[in-house]
Design a binder for this molecule. Structure first.
Ligand SMILES: [Zn+2]
Ligand SMILES: [Zn+2]
Length: 293
């Protein structure tokens, strides 16, 4: 019998995290994008923190946080791995993974998953130090820019299905706001999705009707409201909170923001994974009931 040496442990017996040496990435000979194949270092222009650029398998670029993290600290839906110099939006089954900088960027308003809040805070502190030292100047706040890459964990513009039609939402599902006018002549601030009442279900659904178009992906994540009662679907499409759905006297102060979804025009909003869903085989097609976006 031959036993291997035990993993290093703290005095209380918990395993000590050991930094894995970073895999050396190879430049593909003859590649037209030699630099990008090995992860080109740079700095986020919004926060000044280091990033690494990688190609994805579809040739789009993604900015990754330059260090590997213990996979246990990163939600499934946020994991990336790099294989042969190409970044893939999933873990590789090992106990380490990469992470998109967009999830962590302290210059963004979208908060990261709670497990990553500490890391984002430390990037925020680093960003502040760079600004104070005059090493980094953040870009002017306006005009608002479109995010070049989606935050994987939470679609900024989700695809929503109701009343047999798919729409592209203008904002994340939990930020869709009632359009009715209150008695004080302000726009109602209530969200459509409130706790305690059933919402939609995130599902992977066919990207296009069969035979319609040749699209790069077969399935996409859809926030499906089809299982809600007809009146609830009407309420969502009218973009009214529960209180104002019941009131016929309140006028609309804004136009409902639903845009009919077109898989070709809106292809950049197509996500092939369920927000926050597992990556285990068989996860595709399973839906999370009542999932929060
Ligand atoms: Zn950043
Ligand atoms: Zn309202």
């Amino acid at each position: 019998m031959h036993s291997t040496s035990p993993a290093p442990r703290h005095r209380d017996g918990t395993p000590t995290p050991t930094r894995r040496t970073r895999r050396s990435l190879q430049v593909t000979p003859g590649s037209v994008s030699r630099l990008l194949r090995c992860g080109q270092s740079g700095r986020c222009r919004d926060c000044g923190n280091p990033i690494e650029w990688y190609h994805r398998s579809d040739q789009r670029l993604v900015r990754l946080h330059p260090h590997e993290l213990p996979a246990a600290q990163v939600p499934d839906a946020c994991r990336w791995h790099v294989s042969s110099g190409v970044a893939h939006p999933a873990g590789d089954g090992s106990s380490w993974c990469r992470l998109a900088h967009a999830v962590l960027c302290p210059a963004r308003d979208t908060p990261p998953p709670s497990q990553l809040a500490g890391l984002r805070r430390s990037l925020g502190v680093h960003s502040r130090r760079l600004i104070d030292a005059g090493v980094f100047t953040p870009p002017p706040a306006s005009p608002p820019r479109r995010a070049p890459e989606p935050v994987v964990c939470r679609p900024a513009r989700p695809i929503v299905q109701m009343l047999y039609v798919r729409y592209l939402s203008a904002r994340p599902v939990d930020e869709i706001q009632c359009v009715a006018q209150t008695r004080h002549r302000h726009r109602c601030t209530s969200p459509l999705l409130t706790s305690g009442i059933p919402g939609g279900t995130w599902m992977l659904m066919p990207t296009a009707e069969s035979g319609q178009l040749a699209l790069p992906t077969d399935v996409m994540a859809v926030y499906n409201l089809s299982r809600l009662p007809y009146a609830e679907q009407l309420r969502w499409r009218a973009q009214r909170c529960r209180q104002h759905a019941a009131s016929s006297t309140a006028a609309d102060l804004a136009v409902a923001e639903w845009e009919p979804f077109d898989p070709l025009r809106h292809h950049q909003h197509i996500h092939t994974r369920l927000p926050g869903a597992g990556r285990r085989p068989g996860a595709a097609g399973r839906a999370r009931q009542g999932a929060q976006p």
